[in-house]
Design a protein around this ligand. Structure first.
Ligand SMILES: *[C@@H]1O[C@H](CO)[C@@H](O)[C@H](O)[C@H]1NC(C)=O
Ligand SMILES: *[C@@H]1O[C@H](CO)[C@@H](O)[C@H](O)[C@H]1NC(C)=O
Length: 445
């Protein structure tokens, strides 16, 4: 990427936006580069350039981590978008950053008899669970050992479960194990055999739980100790547990820097909040695993951001709408929605603004002690985000960033994603049986 030497105005806007800081109004006499664009102009300066007004050290570890985590989102957003273009058990939940250095949430489960402990990632946008198995190529050290389990069994291609797994393949004739290949996170893939064994989550046991036993991984995004699918489809944990949990679960995700396993996953109707506000869950027949909700608007502070409803509309044929997802880090909006929010933000907050990673709206928190909070309006309920879910305080000087991002422009997507940073310290209840989603504040750090 060439360095910006002067106040060039001929640069491709989108490309420049990605790599350079967005500087709105900079007519100071002390401008280190002597650039004087008029106030209506957007001039682009790389954030660590000497022309930057922020005078910043290179960002380091913690902020890098979240930025890296959020940049991995792009691959996930891509992957989710591609999909579209086509008895109570309480389990502790920890930030994957603490346990596995990943931007996801993990639960501790026991697989097999006697139970082998695995830290599996919670994923509400996937159905089939999978773990790396012993002998796996490309897996990290912790694997599940089928040989050491007395309740383990393989599953044959002829079984109806096999046909429900995305990417399965069976020979035209003769018996064979049910095997499948899937991509994950946009840049990785694995191959696995569908097998069954008992799975234990806290005090809840599901016998003969079908999951993938991974034998090959390529790429770096596959969760190292497996994934627990909490999606809506027939192979997810909820569906396979039958009447045990009555089609209800909820979670509270702690902040990334929270205490080890302070969050919780509650499976089943007992102990769920009684008076929680709910919004309908919508069904996309083409994407039965995903949890769609009806996002009807966004406010910044007291201002309802002017957003044309067509960009929020649920439309399965176009793949348009909003999903709630536990595996994406930062909430993404389709470009027109994002731009409307950014424009309102720039009106309410004192610039200049900088770009760090996927965040274009970083500002000086000392100059803006009380930036406007984000409220997400869903049909039937509004979710007012607290400061820590609206803003990311970086360790770069006194910079804070509005913690939302646009859907990457290379993605053909009409889908907004409500991500895990915005869900932290809330009880999010998925009542699939009654097709509704409940949201309430709950501290679980
Ligand atoms: C999975 O991919 C591997 C490598 O590309 C291939 O050898 C194997 O046959 C595939 N398996 C299935 C079930 O598609
Ligand atoms: C979403 O909510 C709006 C406002 O209540 C309503 O008009 C619209 O029909 C809802 N959309 C769906 C798909 O239910």
């Amino acid at each position: 990427m060439p360095k910006l030497k002067s106040c060039t105005k001929t640069m491709d806007f989108t490309a420049a936006l990605f790599f350079f800081a967005l500087l709105i109004s900079s007519s100071k006499a002390s401008d280190p580069c002597g650039c004087r664009p008029d106030n209506s102009d957007l001039s682009m300066i790389q954030i660590y350039d000497k022309c930057s007004p922020f005078n910043l050290p290179k960002p380091e570890s913690r902020v890098n981590k979240i930025i890296n985590m959020a940049s991995k989102d792009s691959a996930r957003v891509n992957y989710l978008s591609k999909l579209v273009a086509q008895k109570t058990t309480q389990v502790p939940v920890a930030s994957g950053q603490q346990v596995l250095s990943i931007g996801n949430y993990v639960v501790k489960v026991k697989l097999g008899t006697p139970g082998q402990t695995m830290f599996m990632v919670l994923d509400t946008s996937n159905d089939v669970a999978w773990v790396p198995c012993s002998g796996c190529i490309g897996c990290s050290a912790t694997t599940f050992s089928p040989d050491a389990s007395s309740s383990y069994g393989s599953l044959d291609c002829s079984l109806p479960q096999c046909t429900q797994v995305r990417g399965h393949s069976c020979p035209a004739s003769g018996a064979a194990a049910c095997s499948f290949n899937q991509s994950y996170g946009g840049d990785s893939s694995f191959s696995a055999n569908l097998v069954q064994d008992s799975i234990t989550l806290a005090n809840g046991v599901i016998p003969k739980f079908a999951f993938g036993c991974i034998n090959t991984i390529s790429g770096n995004s596959v969760p190292p100790q497996g994934l627990l699918g909490l999606g809506r489809g027939p192979m997810s944990l909820l569906s396979q547990s039958g009447t045990l949990y009555s089609g209800v679960f909820s979670y509270c995700l702690p902040s990334f820097k929270s205490y080890y396993f302070s969050g919780s996953l509650k499976l089943g109707p007992v102990g769920q909040p009684k008076n929680i506000k709910t919004t309908p869950l919508l069904k996309n027949p083409y994407q039965p695993s995903l949890y769609y909700v009806n996002l009807t608007g966004v406010s910044l502070g007291r201002v309802r951001v002017p957003i044309a409803l067509v960009y929020l509309e649920f439309n399965p044929d176009r793949g348009a709408g909003t999903i709630i997802d536990s595996g994406t880090v930062v909430t993404r909006f389709v470009e027109p929605v994002y731009e409307a929010i950014r424009n309102e933000f720039v009106k309410q907050v004192k610039g200049p603004f900088a770009t760090i990673g996927v965040f274009e709206t970083c500002f000086d928190a000392l100059e803006n002690a009380e930036p406007p909070l984000i409220t997400l309006h869903f049909e039937g309920l509004s979710m007012k985000l607290p400061m820590e879910n609206s803003y990311l305080h970086t360790s770069v000087g006194s910079l804070a960033c509005l913690a939302i991002a646009p859907v990457p422009t290379n993605v053909n997507a009409a889908m907004n994603i409500i991500a895990n940073l915005q869900q932290q310290n809330h009880r999010i209840m998925f009542d699939v049986a009654n097709s509704r989603l409940g949201i309430a504040r709950e501290a679980c750090n």
